[in-house]
Design a binder for this molecule. Structure first.
Ligand code: NIG
Ligand code: FE
Length: 415
């Protein structure tokens, strides 16, 4: 069994627990100075201050690989709980329209936006999709991401949605980053159903969801519940059907307008609700009642020039906040979760401790993994980042550089 000792950790910073944290607990990160971590078979077996006898005894075992953290910061591996990782093409051509003032929904209504990526994704074959996404996944891993959620939603027909989800499966078999799949056939109404949207909803309910569930290709189902996309009523029908078929519910909502989509999150006990830029006090109440993690996407606000979600109000109200990239070709072509951390800290006014919890334990909770990953504790999987950084504040402060030294996934060290 592979054994690993990480020694000489200047400061170990980790949230604690197996569930999402909100309120004061979101910022109550545990610090251990001059620490060590001991791992066997990919699982954390001991954590503590270097003076502990456990560290001293394993350090002399010749079978143990020793990694010297050289007095630096160590945190749990980062969890990117919201990405649209797999798609064909890019959309840099929209930049010009954006600069001339076209809004996100203007571009979509004109047949561009998501729908232009749908065309490119339908044209690409499985290997092309997987290889393109793999390049991004390698970047993400280099930024410290050890687990990543990936949504479909650029196929909008059964064949292409399956191709996207198959690509995620292929990548999870050959890449150290653990992938979690979400079916998002309700990302937009495809052009061919523009005049008969009810038929598309039926296709989702009666054909796409049952096949995807039967093939076990997705753990969650997400819906873009937004003005001009899917209504609250449509979103409810889709998510209820997904739950019947054994998928967990997620919802993109209240991003552009406050349409009150969190009411649907509460009705289906969604594991997470995403974006929430326009979420009202009442909406925050629904998140709390639904036991739903608010998965916030600050780099998307930045890229769209939009407002910033009310992260601090949510935390105060007892709603756990996760932060993710939302990596996608339109509203956020950003694969670097550290950038989301920087923007989250500065614009949401979240403390570095709240940010760490948002990208580790709360991110893990947003994808149903908080019992296994998201913190550095005995019994958890050894997903760890060794940073070229002296402390946690440094991560939120150094914008645009990448202070990762080593990424450890299931106890294996990658440089
Ligand atoms: O989460 N808001 C909806 N979906 C994506 C954008 C997808 C795209 O523009 O291609 C998002 O921002
Ligand atoms: Fe998204």
């Amino acid at each position: 069994m592979k054994k690993l000792l990480i020694k000489n950790i200047g400061v170990l910073a980790t949230p604690i627990g197996n569930t999402a944290l909100a309120g004061e607990a979101q910022g109550a990160v545990k610090y251990i100075e001059d620490a060590f971590i001991y791992v066997e078979g990919g699982v954390i077996k001991a954590v503590g201050a270097a003076g502990d006898c456990a560290a001293a005894s394993v350090a002399t075992d010749p079978d143990v690989e020793v990694l010297d953290a050289e007095g630096c910061l160590v945190t749990p591996g980062l969890v990117d709980a919201h990405t649209h990782l797999v798609f064909g093409g890019w959309r840099q051509n929209e930049l010009d329209q954006k600069l001339k003032g076209a809004s996100y929904l203007d571009i979509l209504a004109a047949g561009g936006g998501i729908l232009s990526t749908v065309r490119a994704t339908r044209e690409a074959d499985l290997d092309e999709l997987a290889e393109k996404a793999e390049d991004v996944l390698i970047e993400m891993f280099g930024y410290g991401v050890t687990t990543c959620e990936a949504k479909s939603g650029y196929g909008l027909n059964l064949e292409t949605e399956l191709k996207q989800l198959e690509a995620v499966k292929l990548l999870s078999e050959r890449n150290p980053v653990e992938l979690v799949s979400t079916f998002m056939g309700a990302h937009a109404v495809p052009s061919e159903y523009k005049e008969k949207r009810e038929d598309y909803i039926n296709l989702l309910l009666e054909e796409m969801l049952p096949v995807i569930s039967e093939k076990g290709l997705a753990e969650f189902c997400d819906v873009f519940c937004e003005a001009e996309v899917f209504t609250k009523e449509e979103s409810l029908r889709i998510l209820e059907r997904a739950k019947e078929l054994g998928l967990g519910a997620k919802i993109h909502t209240d991003e552009i307008f406050d349409i009150g989509g969190t009411e649907i999150a509460e009705r289906v006990s969604a594991i997470s609700a995403e974006h929430l830029i326009k979420c009202s006090d009442e909406g925050i109440g629904h998140l709390k009642n639904g036991n739903t993690v608010a998965c916030l996407l600050p780099a998307t606000s930045f890229y769209l020039g939009a407002d910033y979600a009310r992260a601090k109000d949510m935390i105060k109200a007892g709603v756990p906040v996760a932060i993710a990239t939302d990596f996608n070709p339109g509203s956020c072509p950003v694969s670097n979760i550290q950038l989301a951390m920087n923007i989250g800290c500065l614009k949401y006014r979240m403390t570095p401790e709240e940010i760490l919890t948002a990208v580790t334990l709360n991110g893990a909770a947003a994808i149903g993994r908080a019992g296994r990953i998201g913190s550095i504790e005995v019994g958890k999987q050894a997903d760890i980042v060794v940073w070229a950084a002296p402390d946690l504040a440094y991560l939120c402060y150094r914008m645009g550089s990448n202070p990762v030294n080593f990424v450890i996934k299931k106890g294996i060290v990658y440089e």
